[in-house]
Design a binder for this molecule. Structure first.
Ligand SMILES: NC(=O)c1ccc[n+]([C@@H]2O[C@H](COP(=O)([O-])OP(=O)(O)OC[C@H]3O[C@@H](n4cnc5c(N)ncnc54)[C@H](OP(=O)(O)O)[C@@H]3O)[C@@H](O)[C@H]2O)c1
Length: 324
């Protein structure tokens, strides 16, 4: 039997999430960290040494010359995702790019068009889509266990330390709650109810001008709705509730990374599904990418480039409503 291919991963932008991703990645038998690119050679070497990667680069552009590189995970602030992705795709290097894939629809369109022109793999790291708990939620709905979904409620809030120069608060780094965490409730509603026919959204903009808290309503035909919010000013329960005609699903906090799903039927009978794995959950998206690459698929079928573009369009409409 042919032995399983080992994928050589690169990391571009070795910050907080890159550490978490790589720690999960290295639990997989068919993945290793091969290269790290930072704006500083010292940071690249430190990260590479920690995870035993053979190559470290002190500039992102040098990464494209790395030999035997199979795929790169981009973990820079949102505003750099497009530029970093284009650099790699144009050098024929497959990309898993952190969310949001671009800061607006134009960037996302350009990234997708480049992936298609170059015939190189691209996926947005919408990791929740690949988690067993989320897969279970979709299956419960598909099997009609809670009937027709009528309303979705979901929030995501955490208290971030105020620093006007940090990526969460700096408008130059595309800061704000919506693009950083509001993307998750929007993703949940879009995955289950599709694109809304009407959006109403408000935002509290802080001293730097970014949305620090927001509240969003999605309206669908036949009275379905989603009630969503996100904030970088306070810790909120970060729970998702999905109400159907025959019952409801509760994904306890923090729902976007949950390992538990609760289903409550019309009689109040509760069934819990528990998913046990040692990782944070980033391994699941990495497995999906490696499977796609091994099978020569140009993109992922569960979180397609069309899904990414639709979500980006939705975020754009919400942002436009903030200013209306
Ligand atoms: N999936 C998730 O659960 C999750 C969680 C958190 C964040 N994220 C996403 O991951 C991305 C990075 O977030 P993070 O929290 O890891 O950020 P971070 O800790 O600030 O790291 C970002 C890294 O990008 C590089 N970088 C490039 N240009 C930069 C600039 N102008 N300012 C600051 N850093 C810059 C830096 O590395 P070098 O200078 O060494 O190159 C930095 O360490 C964001 O897009 C965010 O949405 C995802």
């Amino acid at each position: 039997m042919a032995s399983e291919k080992i994928f050589n991963w690169g990391v571009l932008g070795p910050g907080k999430i890159a550490h978490k991703f790589v720690q999960d990645l290295l639990t997989l038998p068919n993945a290793r960290l091969h290269a790290v690119a930072s704006r500083s050679i010292d940071r690249a070497r430190e990260f590479a040494d920690k995870y035993h990667a053979p190559y470290a680069y002190g500039s992102y552009s040098d990464l494209v010359n790395c030999p035997h590189l199979d795929v790169v995970y981009i973990a820079t602030p949102h505003n750099s995702h497009c530029e970093n992705t284009l650099l790699l795709l144009r050098n024929k290097i497959p990309v898993l790019c952190e969310k949001p894939m671009g800061i607006n629809q134009l960037e996302v369109q350009q990234m997708i068009a480049t992936a298609r022109e170059q015939k190189i793999y691209l996926m947005e790291a919408l990791w929740t889509r690949f988690l067993p708990a989320f897969q279970k939620v979709l299956k419960i709905i598909e099997e009609d266990q809670i009937g027709e979904v009528l309303t979705i409620k979901a929030d995501f809030g955490f208290r971030a330390k105020f620093d006007p120069k940090s990526r969460l608060f700096d408008p130059a780094l595309a800061g704000g709650a919506l693009l950083d965490i509001g993307i998750y409730p929007a993703f949940l509603a879009m995955s289950i109810l599709g694109k809304p026919s009407k959006i109403k959204a408000i935002a509290h903009k802080g001293s730097t001008g970014v949305d620090e808290s927001n509240a969003i309503l999605f309206e669908y035909s036949s009275g379905k709705m989603a009630i969503l919010s996100s904030s970088i000013l306070y810790d909120s329960p970060t729970v998702a509730e999905i109400y159907g005609t025959k019952g409801k699903i509760i994904i306890p906090g923090r729902w976007h990374e949950a390992k538990v799903v609760k289903v409550i039927d019309a009689n109040g009978e509760e069934t819990s599904y528990v998913f046990d794995y040692p990782q944070c959950g980033y391994h699941a998206e990495a497995i999906a990418v490696m499977k796609d690459l091994a099978e020569n698929r140009p993109e992922n079928s569960q979180w397609s480039l069309k899904n990414t573009l639709d979500l980006s369009n939705l975020l754009g409409q919400i942002k436009a409503d903030f200013s209306a």
